[in-house]
Design a protein around this ligand. Sequence first.
Ligand SMILES: Cc1ncc(C[n+]2csc(CCOP(=O)(O)OP(=O)(O)O)c2C)c(N)n1
Length: 324
Amino acid sequence: MKNKDVYAVKTLSSREYFAPGHRACAGCGEVLALRLIHKALGRDVVVASATGCMEIVSSPFPFTSWEVPWIHVAFENAAAVAGGIEAGLKVLQRKGKIEKKKIFVVAMAGDGGTADIGLQALSGALERGHNFLFICYDNEAYMNTGVQRSSSTPFGASTMTSPVGSIRSGQQTWKKNMVAIAAAHGIPYIATASPSYPMDLMEKVGKAAKTEGPAYIHVLSVCPPGWGIPSDKTIKFGRLAVETGFFPLYEIEEGKYRITVNVEKLLPLDKYLKPQARFSHLPQELVEQVSRRVCSDWKVLKRKAEKAKEVKEMDSSPGGRGVR
Ligand SMILES: Cc1ncc(C[n+]2csc(CCOP(=O)(O)OP(=O)(O)O)c2C)c(N)n1
């Protein structure tokens, strides 16, 4: 496996924009991703944050962990508020009321706030073409209210509202493909990312920040209490998700797919599923069923990436579209 580290550790800012002392659980993958993302974005940022774990842990009145302008908004409207902030900043700059410089507008939400309750506002903001970045911190359930299923919860996972019983065995639906939904809006930059691959994550955030128009990043955020894993295994499970093909790391730039962390041969899915309490009830035949779907999705993704590579090569060849 090869990960092209464009961000080198030695070039990283030591400045933190998310202060310690917050109340995230031990081993929270989401808060790690958030720290890295804000290191990559720097100081000139305004964040609109939907209700969810990251809001709860960072802002118990009268304290805050945020060292950049941050506004807590409702579940439904994080993307709409970000769109309004972006439009407002543009006007203030045009009228000379604030300095003319790039200010990144970021909307963030958990998987519930993205794929379920905030989806309408997100779709609207992507379609209107606001210059902003939407980040989904996907811990695969409504975690801060006690692990209820969302439409991003994987098939078979046990949650409070998709329990394991004599009739049903965990979540009955397949994880909603938010990346495909974002891609259907034809926006210029989309990526999946994981804090287990910090340089890959930060490179994508850097690209998204430079994008003119909407960008969407879907971050797999390992949740030790919700997934039933030890809190010191967050990084390991984030890596296993990628190495088994369960959560591939890729980007879609101007409609072209690129796998950013390639996996030569996928690891068996049991290695990822079986040690997690939320999947431990799954009988072997269901693990195999999930595994078949994961392999088939991986093949489809690889084909899309190969096709994009071929088009790129054709465009840059003599007589190709790129040299006209
Ligand atoms: C409209 C609305 N419905 C329900 C709630 C209750 N609620 C608060 S946080 C939350 C779960 C959030 O899940 P997610 O967006 O995945 O974020 P996480 O807590 O996992 O970070 C729910 C259901 C609410 N605040 N507003």
